[in-house]
Ligand binder design. Structure first.
Ligand SMILES: NC(=O)c1ccc[n+]([C@@H]2O[C@H](COP(=O)([O-])OP(=O)(O)OC[C@H]3O[C@@H](n4cnc5c(N)ncnc54)[C@H](OP(=O)(O)O)[C@@H]3O)[C@@H](O)[C@H]2O)c1
Length: 311
């Protein structure tokens, strides 16, 4: 496992990190967490909104205080793009305290405002006391580093992060980057470099389901079909051909997807994995230089114009 500097936090984080948004309710979760740690992964992403993920992690990570945890407070009433902003400083502080209790930790390594979906609600978050409450938690030592995650389904061109990063307010940002939504590479990563903000990547496989996303060839082709149907890609070859992704071989679709993300200047790439075989498969992508120039250029010319995420 290779480790990368996470911007101004100076944390060294495993380039492949673990997203615990799903699979924590399985009996084998503690053994999976042990295997993940054994593989060198030192950063885990969770959130108050991910069911019992924090509680399960608190149990599975007992005795592993060196493993870094990122968790989040969601200032909206749901994860839907049209959700109502309901953030308050009191709720934010209570959420952080609850996360500390569930995780059994004395501090949270990274604490994010979850799913900031519009510039307007980002401004509210910055000015209604929520951001100040985050800073206070950091001053009190309850939180080491603060940041926000975006909601790329609502903001495929990263307007929120383009506004937030240059303010210098945040140590870390969490963004979507995958070969079917490449926009962050040009619009946000250079800003993060300039302001020394740590970048963690979510949805490297495009938040896949069994039928759509970068988890298998049929699911990836279905995702491309949905982009065509939404008007994000032209309804013509090669997008309508089943061999459109054959140039990625010998890599599987998920391996190529992770290699694509890791070939960028980012800190950690979070991927959800529910079993040991997934971990073994995904560790194959941890292999510099990750993706050769030709395949990366082909992905850019095929899909670099997509500006909206389709799930
Ligand atoms: N706004 C936010 O803050 C936000 C939003 C979305 C995600 N996230 C974070 O980012 C993490 C990653 O997000 P995500 O959307 O990519 O994924 P995810 O929701 O964690 O799910 C990943 C899926 O990919 C599958 N998978 C992983 N490796 C695979 C492989 N080698 N072959 C086939 N399938 C594979 C897993 O399948 P199995 O279940 O079968 O193992 C799982 O269903 C999340 O876990 C979460 O921590 C944050």
């Amino acid at each position: 496992m290779l480790y990368r500097r996470l911007g101004r936090t100076e944390l060294q984080v495993s380039e492949l990190s673990f997203g615990a948004a799903r699979g924590y309710d399985r009996d084998e979760f503690p053994a999976l967490v042990e295997a993940i740690i054994g593989a060198g992964i030192n950063l885990i992403d969770t959130a108050t909104g991910y069911g019992d993920s924090e509680l399960a992690l608190g149990r599975a990570l007992a005795g592993h205080d060196d493993i870094l945890i990122e968790t989040k407070y969601c200032p909206y009433d749901s994860y839907r793009p049209e959700a109502t902003y309901v953030g308050t400083p009191e709720a934010l502080v209570a959420s952080a305290e609850e996360s500390l209790r569930r995780l059994g930790r004395e501090h949270l390594d990274i604490f994010l405002g979850h799913g900031m979906r519009s510039v307007e609600t980002l401004e509210r978050f910055m000015n209604d006391g929520c951001y100040e409450a985050m800073v206070r938690l950091r001053e009190q030592g309850k939180v080491r580093f603060i940041g926000i995650s975006e909601l790329s389904e609502a903001d495929g061109t990263h307007q929120v992060l383009q506004r937030a990063v240059p303010t210098g307010a945040f140590d870390v940002v969490m963004l979507t980057l995958n070969f079917l939504l490449q926009t962050a590479a040009e619009s946000v990563l250079p800003l993060c470099r300039q302001h020394d903000v740590g970048v963690v990547v979510m949805m490297p496989l495009n938040q896949p389901s069994k039928v759509s996303g970068l988890v298998s060839l049929p699911a990836a082709l279905e995702c491309i079909r949905r982009h065509v149907a939404a008007g994000n890609l032209p309804a013509e070859p090669p997008y309508t051909e089943t061999d459109v992704l054959d140039f990625l071989q010998p890599y599987s679709i998920p391996e190529a997807g992770l290699r694509y993300v890791l070939s960028h200047d980012v800190g950690a790439c979070f991927v959800g994995m529910s079993c040991l075989s997934r971990l073994e498969e995904n560790l194959k992508a941890v292999d510099p230089p990750y993706l050769d120039r030709e395949r990366k250029a082909r992905l850019q010319s095929l899909f670099g114009g997509i500006q909206r995420q389709v799930l």
